[in-house]
Ligand binder design. Sequence first.
Ligand code: IMP
Length: 202
Amino acid sequence: MGNKLIVATRNPDKLIELRRILEAGRVPVDVGDLSEFPDLPEIAETGLTFTENALIKARAVAAFTGLPAVADDSGLCADALNGMPGVLSARWSGRHGDDGANLQLVLGQLADVPVEHRGAQFACAAALVLPSGAEHVTEGLLGGTLTTAPRGTNGFGYDPIFVPEGAQLTTAEMSPADKDKISHRGRAFRALAPIIAALLGS
Ligand code: IMP
């Protein structure tokens, strides 16, 4: 195994996704997550952009662990809401992580918005921070439209109301593998993989 890298998450799915992308890119790094650091304090996501929040998390983890760290931040940006919920996606209805309430609030806010104005993007920034202080950020976008009612039970968050450009299914009706191929997070992580390889892969 190569150098160690920590992904700033306690979500096992994100760890698996990053490992899969780095393996596909033949990047020889050993990826761990925050379950190895139970004493790491909660990191407040106080940035106004996905990039700022990804950097805040990656800097905090690199400083605490002394290891290279990757963090991502993502959300839904609706055209008719001027790009919101944006960085507030996880707490749009007031309570952090209440996916059902967040989705229903967006549907309510867009109730009178016609189909041609229901465009939206999933956006993700992925940051790599090294203990030396070096920083790299990549971004991934997935464009689409918002439905008028939820469809599908896969995925999380706003997946039941998001149909990617060129697709008929919502991302909650797609298989996880099909969503991974096009997702904003997959795109941001895949763009980061060669940078990780160049800096840590030997
Ligand atoms: P975080 O980047 O893990 O903080 O996620 C932010 C929030 O954005 C999530 O709680 C979801 O509400 C939303 N979000 C981010 N990515 C996706 C996705 O792939 N599908 C659905 N919702 C997402």
